[in-house]
Write a protein that binds this ligand. Structure first.
Ligand code: GUN
Ligand code: FE
Length: 420
């Protein structure tokens, strides 16, 4: 495709004030992979991709998912986290020692992720360096953009999924070096969670992140038994977050902490004004009976939030579905837990899934001049209602999210490249 083109349709994006901006029957101008402007007139001598009647929105961001778990997404939801890891998750991840299995399974995953609403992601792979590199190259090839972490586990894990500490460190470095020429997909330091890493491993991973300026991803405060276990394993730490901080893994570089369902008051303080993004996973938190994350409270405290599927805790790759789940569970929180915490609104979750999460990747997540052209084109013809013509563009988007999340997309662009 040429470096200069326009998309025509009904354009929506989130502004800094968390409102949805609407530009009906307009042109989104893309040059050299970046957004140039939105205009109501056709710019001269430009290729026009006409999506008349479709909704054109920024790409959605999945800031936490487990690629090797996709094969059993939608199954085994009758357990809580620690039991679920041992009975289903670890045995499946163990299979990725076999590259031919990894190739087969990751092909399915990448092909479905390309079809999904996700343009940017941060994914866990497994402990296996070769399979993690294979996943990274398949994603690089797909045109999607994001981070892949070779997972680190040297403690409290089954034998078939436990690394020798020194090997875990050297294989992490080797994974990073083998990815040096990748453009769309970058490595991220990935201690699975506190229980699966020794102190030495955590400290060394902190050093690797700092010396190579690599982001970090892990899990925090997901499940009550997990938090209790961390307290027993690291009694000298004041709380779960402090256990990461003590090992140099707390926001020195950009950091993703998945879940944060049960933050203590002290942990709120550690999360505020930090380099940490909380990856809110409402579907996973319901499926694994983890609880309801206090997203309103975190947002009002100035904590950065993104949405995440957490596949296979979450059963779906659709971040648009996570938007509506996030609204729904915030209403349960308001009703059952704390009536001072207003439910999230649709425009807030749209803002979170695009603009707020996008800032993790740089100038990404909306249609400001100069932002990366990550774009979804939504076909609204599947929405059947007699009132459609009366609706504003934001109402049409809301209706699409509730009724059509996960449906096939009309088109998808990442950094200006049309990948679907
Ligand atoms: N905590 C540690 N590992 C995992 C995982 O694979 N999924 C979820 N949801 N939580 C975890
Ligand atoms: Fe997870």
């Amino acid at each position: 495709m040429k470096d200069f083109y326009v998309l025509h349709g009904d354009i929506l994006y989130a502004d800094e004030e968390r409102r949805i901006r609407e530009e009906r029957d307009s042109y989104l101008v893309v040059r050299d992979g970046k957004v140039e402007e939105i205009t109501s007139r056709i710019p001269a001598s430009t290729a026009v991709l006409d999506y008349d009647g479709c909704l054109i929105i920024p790409g959605l961001i999945d800031l936490h998912l487990h690629a090797p778990q996709y094969q059993f997404a939608g199954l085994f939801m009758d357990k809580e986290l620690l039991e679920w890891l041992n009975s289903h998750t670890f045995p499946e991840e163990g299979k990725y020692a076999d590259l031919s299995y990894a190739r087969k399974a990751y092909s399915i995953f990448v092909s479905d992720l390309v079809q999904s609403e996700t343009t940017r992601f941060s994914a866990f792979a497994t402990i296996h360096e070769d399979a993690s590199l294979l996943l990274s190259s398949m994603l690089e090839e797909s045109g999607l953009s994001g981070y892949v972490g070779k997972v680190n586990m040297d403690s409290n894990s089954p034998d078939y999924l436990t690394e020798d500490t020194e090997e875990s460190i050297s294989s992490t470095i080797s994974f990073i070096e083998r990815m040096k020429d990748f453009k769309n997909v970058r490595p991220i330091i990935t201690p699975r969670f506190i229980p699966s890493c020794s102190k030495r491993l955590l400290i060394e991973l902190g050093k690797i992140s700092e010396s190579r300026h690599l982001p970090v991803q892990s899990h925090l405060d997901e499940n009550i038994s997990e938090i209790e276990w961390v307290r027993e394993l690291v009694p000298e730490s004041r709380n779960y977050a402090d256990a990461y901080r003590a090992h140099g893994l707390w926001g020195r570089e950009k950091t993703i902490m998945a879940h944060v369902v049960w933050p203590s008051d002290e942990e709120y303080e550690l999360l505020k004004n930090s380099n940490i993004y909380v990856a809110h996973s409402p579907s996973s938190n319901s499926n694994l009976s983890s609880g309801i994350a206090p997203v309103r409270k975190m947002l009002d405290s100035g904590i950065k939030i993104a949405l995440a599927t957490d596949v296979a805790g979450g059963s779906s790759l659709s971040i648009m579905r996570m938007m509506t789940h996030a609204v729904e569970v915030s209403k349960l929180y308001y009703r059952y837990v704390d009536s001072t915490m207003r439910p999230l609104t649709f425009s807030e979750v749209f803002y979170i899934a695009t603009r707020m999460a996008g800032s993790f990747f740089g100038s990404v997540g909306s249609f400001d001049e100069g932002m990366d052209a990550d774009i979804l084109v939504l076909d609204t013809s599947g929405i059947h209602t007699s009132i459609y013509e009366e609706l504003s563009l934001s109402e049409r988007l809301e209706l699409y999210a509730y009724r059509r999340a996960g449906s096939p997309l009309k088109a998808k662009f990442v950094k200006g490249r049309k990948i679907l």
